[in-house]
Design a binder for this molecule. Sequence first.
Ligand SMILES: Nc1ncnc2c1ncn2[C@@H]1O[C@H](COP(=O)(O)OP(=O)(O)O)[C@@H](O)[C@H]1O
Ligand SMILES: [Mg+2]
Length: 311
Amino acid sequence: MSGSPPLVEAYDLEKVYPDGTVAVRGVSFRAGRGLTIFMGPNGSGKTTTLSITAGALRPTSGRVLVCGYDVWGRDWSRPRSCIGYAPQAMPFREKLSVIENLTWYGLIRGLPPWESRRRARWLLEQLGLEGLERKKVSELSGGQRRRLTIAASLIGDPEVLILDEPTSGLDPKARASLWSLLRRVAGDKAIIASTHIPDEAEGADYVYIFHRGRVVAEGAPGELIGRYVRYSRVIVKGSGLEVAPTMEWARLVEAGWDRAVYVTEDPEEALPRLVERLLKLGARIERVEVRKPGLAEVFLAVTGEAPEGGA
Ligand SMILES: Nc1ncnc2c1ncn2[C@@H]1O[C@H](COP(=O)(O)OP(=O)(O)O)[C@@H](O)[C@H]1O
Ligand SMILES: [Mg+2]
């Protein structure tokens, strides 16, 4: 979370579904302006937490305040008018056009028709969807539909934007451009978004790591990496690498004839020594990559499990 006062504060959320599944327990978080990401594998409780926060799913216990109002308290509409929510599969009327769908979302947010249409047009432009106004939603590509989903969540100009896996189903390049688009369009709103891909969470201002219904770590990405991971990974590719030895200053974690993987605290220092050593032992080296630790390594360090979709 950045320095500004939090627009969203959640305390000790718990959700037990009717079948007895405990989806979330003891989850607390805060989000101010900027991008806050919930990162975690499938089933870790991200969607449950987001939909409680958005006012779409009642928690079993706990409290969440948005724009200072209790989302599940008596003052029902005030926090909700402050929130734009895009569930993972935003319901659109598939046979109707892009502009009709978007305008309709504006109307149900309480905008007058002309204002709704004006804002819908503006958002389509902002999201690079101009020219698609008359297209049926069913005819959009995956990336276009994702951008329309974001437009729909922004139509009421909410202070808080809640987006569940906004990049799911997109290829890596489209994902990266969606995050930067999102930041640009959302300006200084508070955005809370989820992803199961650690690389994507590295672009956030603040990250909550979810694991089995709990938040197991939180912080700015750099902070988390610094706190939990001391090692970089050095990947050596070539042949004859089965001779690769482990050393005090570079620990061998994986070795095959065409690939050896080391972890080391100081890759700049270790790299030349490592190459020299391997060449002396008769290995042929084609390529050496240093992988800086990221949130995938943080997830591994904190949970002992590899994240899905990790690097
Ligand atoms: N409607 C439901 N009824 C019962 N269990 C559910 C329901 N929705 C989600 N769950 C379970 O709750 C846990 C958390 O799910 P979810 O919040 O969707 O996690 P994520 O979004 O991180 O994948 C999972 O074990 C999931 O199977
Ligand atoms: Mg989910």
